[in-house]
Write a protein that binds this ligand. Sequence first.
Ligand SMILES: [Ca+2]
Ligand SMILES: [Ca+2]
Length: 373
Amino acid sequence: MLVFIMLITSKVNAQSITIDGNLSDWDAIPYLHTNATGTGGELTAIKAISGAQYIYFYLEGPESLIFSSFDLYIDTDGNPASGFLSGGYPAGSGAELLIQGDVSSTGNVNIYAGSGTDWAWNWSTGYGTSEINFSALVALTGKKAIEFSVKKSFLGTIGSNIGFALINRVEWTATGSIPTVDLGGSYLQISTADVLPVKLVNFTAKADGNLARLNWQTASEQSNKNFFIYRSGDNRIFPKIGELQGKGTTQTANFYTFYDKQPLNGNNYYKLTQVDLDGKETELGVEVLNFSLSATKVNIAPNPTQNKTDIWFAESKYTSLILTGIEGKVLQKANLKPSENKFELDLSNYPSGIYFVKLTGNGDSDVQKIIKQ
Ligand SMILES: [Ca+2]
Ligand SMILES: [Ca+2]
């Protein structure tokens, strides 16, 4: 039996694929198979790629393509000798699963799964778009295309490769197949490995005194130029707070440490990304660290700042706050309520330079330097 194998070894990965009807996310992904002109009916070309959780498909046909009812045969163990071995299409290809039905409503899609080596399918339902998700059919220049995903865990135990074939139907009449039935019932095959530019072993965020220490380890890197670190509070707006150089391409383990010297009081969400040599950025993960800045210490963040900064202090400890310039001129005064533990200072009306904030109360005082950039 002829089996098409294309193990995806290029740098493209499935991280950027979203099932949303915008097909530009497939531009960098090569075709897995193209039917010879006139051989496959209204299915002409396909792309497929495996991500961490999903197998993603991109399917093309002519402008006349209607993609409403289809059979997707999946050889989940990548072994043509096991599974469905006779009848239907393509005979003897060893599919373990058949996804069949109307893509405009996944609730109408039926799943047939069987064991043994013949037509022994069990019809099952009870899944939604998190398992099988189709975009609308999209009109492109001279053709139409659709993208969809199938969740890996939905396929059960899968092999390091899976095979698949598609038949398109209108009113139960086949209008196209990919690959073509003429190809002897062979399935297209893809690797189920998640092709990532960086294989991350772990990523942690821990308090280290009044700093946050981020550690991560990579098992391998491919064309990895930089790591970017972003941080957000509960507002989930992620400004970039730093970057570290990557190791390019390596198969050896590497360890990285980054210190956030001005963590936020409360939740800190740290997002780690990597950037390829060609500038493509891929998110690697988000870690949250709840940070209780020392209750007795005055903390100012960000510092240096461009405009606004937050001054954190213990409740009931201070009654007033004074901002002075470097020459001692008083610029702002504020009374602090006992329930307050934070003052939002706005320096946008002042020139760049050094400022001092003095907190006073109950015979105690604390002076901190603030730099406006
Ligand atoms: Ca898309
Ligand atoms: Ca099989």
